[in-house]
Design a binder for this molecule. Structure first.
Ligand code: SAH
Length: 216
């Protein structure tokens, strides 16, 4: 795993591109500028790691497009020291972006093979502040709740009640909602039983599924 001047140069260009597409949160741009996205991909995709596109990570899943990662992270309004639950660890890239912004991250993945791969990668990279769990994120992570923020990185038909219940008051959740394509929701828990929904642009995610997939 090497992060060369070539990679760093490519990353700078990617950050410029994200800025020109409307990402304004300087801390999000800094995190994306700092994290070697090519570490999260198979060597075969190294050349494409800094293009603004989603890429396959195995098990029919994808690492989200950098713009999507930046957009979701910006909507999450991450602050230093916050406790964040991510659903859909996938490659681990998004979790690393949150950790680089000073968050304490809990991330769940339903595909055991991906979960194990990411745990090993984080170990090799020396990533701290991300705890990975294998399980069905539909139920959230009640034993670690409540969270300041919850980020869903798979497309959901609807937002599970259990997840909303695991937000602190004033906490926020960002989730893509819809079947074939999704709209980005930002949900704020303003009081115990009161939520405000704001809807942003259209995106395309892999589906949010129930249950787990054990490694064969
Ligand atoms: N955040 C990831 C994006 C991965 S794509 C990254 O940065 O690479 C979405 C991931 O959500 C997939 O790995 C998929 O297996 C996972 N997923 C889908 N439904 C899930 C569920 N109910 N619980 C946990 N993970 C889920």
């Amino acid at each position: 795993m090497k992060d060369t001047y070539y990679h760093k140069g490519m990353r700078k260009k990617l950050v410029q591109q994200l800025k020109s597409k409307g990402i304004e949160d300087q801390r999000v741009l800094e995190a994306i500028g700092a994290i070697p996205r090519h570490f999260f991909l198979d060597n075969a995709f190294e050349e494409l790691a800094y293009e603004d596109q989603a890429l396959p990570i195995g098990n029919e899943q994808t690492i989200s497009q950098p713009y999507t990662v930046a957009f979701q992270t910006q909507l999450l309004e991450v602050k230093q020291g916050e406790k964040i639950l991510e659903i859909g660890t996938g490659s681990g890239y998004q979790a690393c972006v949150l950790a680089a912004m000073g968050a304490k991250v809990y991330s769940i993945e339903r595909q055991e093979a991906l979960h194990l791969w990411t745990v090993e990668l984080f170990h090799k990279m020396g990533v701290k502040n991300v705890r990975c769990y294998f399980g069905d994120g539909y139920k959230g992570l009640p034993k670690k709740a409540p969270f300041d923020k919850i980020l869903l990185t798979a497309g959901a038909k609807e937002i599970p009640e259990q997840l909303k219940e695991q937000l602190k008051i004033k906490g926020k959740m960002v989730a893509p909602v819809g079947e074939k394509t999704q709209e980005m929701y930002q949900i704020t828990r303003v009081a115990e039983g009161e939520f405000i929904f704001q809807v942003y642009g259209k995106f395309k995610f892999v589906p949010f599924k129930r249950g787990v997939n054990k490694k064969k």
